[in-house]
Design a protein. Structure first.
Length: 212
């Protein structure tokens, strides 16, 4: 009798489980949606106002400096939020430079200036819109001061910050030491003097960049 009751109980339990099983939806695997990360890579170009300061020290004792006003063009490629490469070109309006000599007095000469540079540009995103950066590379200046044309290349460096106004447009401000070296060594000038000419060229730049 006990065996019959146990058998009936087992069949009832199996029937209840079968009926309940019809109402249980099969468990489907969860499909993971890949997260798309913006690469932030691309080409960019820019235009800036440039305030260039050029200092000249001649070994015959003359010294002078001149402040130029002009523009700076930039073109670069941003690999990711932390690194880019960039090329720059500066051009300025012609000006005058007044040189002084301890005993020879002052002289005013016509002055011209343009320059270019190529840079590695490490960056750090402070916020989603604000980046700070440094520029490390090679700069070439071509300046004309009366009879002297001290054009030469040297290590060039700088630093600044940029702020994104939109996805494509940003404003930036930076300082660049374009050139700092002896541009003329042992040259004979039109007055028969053997001279060296040391030049220090730097620029403050404020402008806009557009990223494609």
């Amino acid at each position: 009798m006990k065996n019959i009751k146990l058998t009936v109980a087992v069949f009832c339990a199996m029937g209840a489980f079968a009926m309940a099983g019809g109402d249980i939806a099969p468990v489907e695997p969860v499909e993971e949606i890949p997260v798309v990360v913006s690469s932030d890579a691309g080409f960019y170009v820019g235009l800036a106002y440039a305030a260039v300061h050029n200092e000249v020290a001649i070994s015959n004792g003359r010294y002078g400096d001149v402040d130029y006003h002009g523009y700076m063009l930039q073109a670069g490629y941003k690999f990711n939020p932390y690194i880019a490469v960039e090329a720059r070109y500066w051009d300025t309006k012609d000006d005058k430079i007044t040189t002084t000599h301890p005993t020879g007095g002052t002289r005013t000469l016509d002055a011209q200036f343009d320059a270019w540079g190529v840079y590695l540009k490490p960056m750090y995103p402070v916020t989603e819109a604000l980046d700070v950066y440094v520029l490390l590379g090679w700069g070439h200046q071509d300046s004309q001061h009366g009879p002297y044309n001290p054009k030469d290349s040297s290590f060039s460096w700088g630093g600044g910050a940029s702020y994104s106004l939109t996805e494509n447009i940003s404003v930036f401000a930076d300082y660049v030491r374009i050139y700092d070296d002896t541009a003329i060594k042992g040259n004979v000038n039109p007055f028969g003097e053997i001279i060296d000419v040391d030049v220090e060229s730097s620029s403050w730049n404020i402008g806009l960049s557009y990223k494609f």
